[in-house]
Ligand binder design. Structure first.
Ligand code: FES
Length: 153
């Protein structure tokens, strides 16, 4: 690649990354839920799954839509947990820590994918594609009328 074209490509990429991050945040694709904690549970309000879609994008009035998943992370955690909504009041919680060599997983397209060597996992933490050969660490969940509880013990 000639020098001028290389520099132009690099500058476009460098400019594009913050724009992409802003776009992803604004469309609500990746959302870290407000989380509290008690003795051995992480607590997420069910309302964290709601997202208000502004009128300018929904063509009329503001619209309340549900997120498919939220991420949960506290200061003491090295990797986030993805809390995936499987059905009404049915959630799956998986640690986004690849069992191959420990990279943090991405969420998208209904799977977890590893940016390091390409392993893929289902949203219930099962290996779909190697090189990883062990399922993700998962957590039991409980609910009440307001909250989702991720059991850590
Ligand atoms: S660390 Fe995830 S596939 Fe290697």
């Amino acid at each position: 690649m000639e020098r001028r074209k290389f520099i132009k490509t690099c500058c476009s990429t460098a400019v594009g990354i913050p724009i992409l991050a802003t776009t992803l945040q604004s469309c609500g694709a990746i959302y870290y839920a407000t989380t509290t904690k008690d003795a051995n549970r992480l607590i997420v309000k069910k309302s964290e799954f709601w997202h208000i879609k502004p009128a300018r994008r929904s063509g009329g009035k503001d619209k309340k839509v549900n997120r498919a998943f939220v991420l949960v992370k506290t200061e003491s955690m090295d990797f986030p947990i993805c809390l995936y909504k499987m059905d009404i009041d049915v959630y799956s919680a998986s640690l986004l820590h690849c069992t191959h060599r420990g990279c943090e997983l991405n969420v998208g397209g209904g799977i977890y994918s590893c940016p390091c060597h390409g392993s893929e996992f289902s949203v219930t933490g099962k290996v779909l594609e190697g090189p990883a050969d062990r399922d993700l660490k998962t957590f039991k969940t409980e609910i009440d009328s307001e909250n989702i509880y991720i059991l850590q013990a």
